[in-house]
Design a protein around this ligand. Structure first.
Ligand code: GLU
Length: 323
């Protein structure tokens, strides 16, 4: 089976240093194992999507010297996949889940429905849904259009997987996570559904992403099983955090890649920083190495075993990527 990795930026804002590190690790891992890489723009969270952010993310990746191999037929061989162009696939998977009794319409106006459109990052995990609407069965009347989301019935079987970074993981979704929304009230696919359908359709075999999505993986495994799909391997990368231990964000100062680019920062300095943070030896690269050579050298050394399980703490006010 061909190995395939993916980069999956959400164009809901600028990409920052933490995103860069995750993308670089995904890139080196793919290069090291001879896997192909695809780029997918996760733009289904329409209220939060910024019109400039997808193009900027693509520029950020190119600036870092990251390239991807595959793209859809539409838009050329290296054009990214765009989730908003793939909604029919999500609708088909939803139909299958409805017909097989895996989901029910939920009229509860809880925050988790609003936030479900995007990947749930740290602090987004709400309380466990109490199952208020779960008595619905296939064939029962549907609530009024626009008033409900589709919610997945989590099962009380343990879900287990071995993460390449975080190790053995186990959870009983029904007890520990509860039922979760897979669409919004507009009927559009939410993150969990879209990501599973896409990773399967694109033949993704290795998912590399921030470890704040570790918990979501259990939900996604539920969906893989309900849809009879084979799940990929997972590598959940510790986040880059500020000195207060919180996920890197605006309050920590500006670490947008586009800003560094505008300031004329040499992207090789960021690549070296990310390599050092992943346990790779930067002694083997020289400052005169091209970006491409640098990537070849880091990919050759890359090994998930070297990666620390601890968050990477940076003082973003003090950190400098100048020469
Ligand atoms: N698009 C998501 C994000 O940028 C990542 C989702 C994933 O990798 O599964 O937060």
């Amino acid at each position: 089976m061909n190995a395939i990795g993916r980069l999956a930026p959400s164009p809901t804002g600028a990409q920052h240093l933490g995103n860069a590190r995750t993308y670089l690790l995904a890139f080196w891992s793919a290069q090291a194992s001879g896997a192909k890489l695809i780029l997918r723009i996760e733009d289904i969270d329409s209220p939060r999507v910024k019109p400039w952010a997808a193009e900027q993310a693509v520029e950020d990746l190119k600036w870092l010297g990251i390239f991807w191999n595959e793209g859809p037929d539409v838009g050329g061989p290296h054009a990214p996949y765009i989730q908003t162009q793939r909604v029919k696939l999500y609708a088909m998977a939803l139909r299958q889940l409805i017909d097989n009794g895996h989901v029910y319409p939920c009229v509860c106006t809880r925050r988790d429905i609003e936030t479900a459109a995007s990947a749930p990052h740290a602090g987004d995990e709400g309380p466990i849904y109490p199952g208020t609407c779960s008595k619905w069965q296939v064939g029962d009347r549907l609530p009024e259009q626009g008033n409900y989301c589709w919610r997945f019935r989590s099962r009380d079987q343990p879900q287990v997987f071995v993460d390449r970074v975080a190790g053995s993981q186990r959870c009983i979704p029904k007890d520990e996570l509860g039922d979760f929304p897979i669409t919004r009230k507009t009927g559009e696919a939410a993150y969990q559904l879209a990501v599973v359908v896409d990773d399967d359709a694109m033949g993704v075999t290795e998912v590399v992403r921030g470890d704040d999505l570790l918990v979501s993986t259990f939900r996604q495994l539920e969906l893989y099983q309900a849809l009879n799909l084979r799940s990929p391997n997972f590598a959940h990368v510790p986040l880059v955090v500020g000195t207060d231990g919180r996920r890197l964000a605006k309050r920590h100062g500006d670490t947008r890649l586009s800003l560094y680019r505008e300031q004329g920062v040499d992207s090789r300095n960021i690549v070296r920083w990310a390599a050092a943070s992943a346990g790779l030896s930067i002694a083997e690269v020289s400052t005169s190495d091209s970006l491409e050579t640098m990537h070849d050298k880091f990919a050759a050394q890359f090994n998930w075993q070297l990666l620390s399980r601890e968050a990477i703490v940076i003082d973003s006010e003090a950190i400098s990527f100048g020469d």
